[in-house]
Design a protein around this ligand. Sequence first.
Ligand code: AMP
Ligand code: MG
Length: 329
Amino acid sequence: MKRLKRFAVSTLLILLIFSSCRGNERITKSEFALDTVVTLNLYSRKDEWIIEPFFRYLRELEGILDRYDEKSELRMVNEKAYSEEVVLSDVLFDVISKGFEIARETDGAFDIAIGPLVDLWQIGTRTSLPEGGDVERALSLSSWEYLDLDEEKHSIRFQKDGMSLDLGGIGKGYIASLLMEYLKENGVERASLNLGGNISLLGDGEHGKYWRIGIRRPEDDRSDYVDVIEVSSGRNVSTSGGYERYSIFDDGKRYSHIISPKTGYPVEGDLASVTVVSTDASLADALSTASYVVGSEGLEELSEKFSVRIIALKGDQSIETYDATNASP
Ligand code: AMP
Ligand code: MG
């Protein structure tokens, strides 16, 4: 399948709010990667050297996890794992294992084996509604329950022919976690990273102790926030929504890029967007996708089960926060 630059035309659901106060001498570098704009902000001249190896490391990780790249390891797995057991690199095994656990714990609301459905719907490109039979077929192949992971051998095997993994719902968060670790290991004490709606924070914020993140009003210009949340060092913020990437099909309706693994159809939930704050970037990413699938009904449970803060922006633009963490922001 052709690689699509889908996010280039989309809008962002959350934005880091900058401050012009003294003490915020910011060094910013942005690149287009992972189908989105990746921005690293550093706050000390002594850290400037890291920009180049940082983005090189990002490209290396992208080269493993991008299933639209013919040379990626994930692509190779999707092509081979039905006919043979495939031994994985540490990085790929780690992210797949995390995704597998979250799929289990969310009862499949989040599902890394959703590849066949994502390929069928081709949200962002396709405009003709798929046939019901095709949805049924893709649905019958899209489940984490048909994945065999072997922890000892670091290997994976698909139980059904035609299965494929899609890490679109967790990959950016996972990559963010490795990149933030890389910064810390190299002595960086203060930084912020925005990886297409996944924001990770390190050190003191631009507004004193906390960083401020604006949750955008749907379908409005970028400067308008419905809510502003504060988060502290070590937190990761991830947002999913139906209005940043969607297709309008021939029935005139708008379909979101997040698909229900229960029905096989794009989610028509009651949320405009949903934001998850966690100390674990992979978890924040995967749970924002899962939260969009379960809708406001399921958010209290998710917040409690995973000890995360969830901020839901409903269709009527009201905001509801679920917070079982009892921690500082
Ligand atoms: P996000 O923007 O993090 O919510 O991720 C959305 C992306 O994850 C989609 O573009 C698909 O690639 C993939 N995806 C769609 N539906 C699901 C789902 N129910 N579980 C896991 N990944 C999904
Ligand atoms: Mg996600």
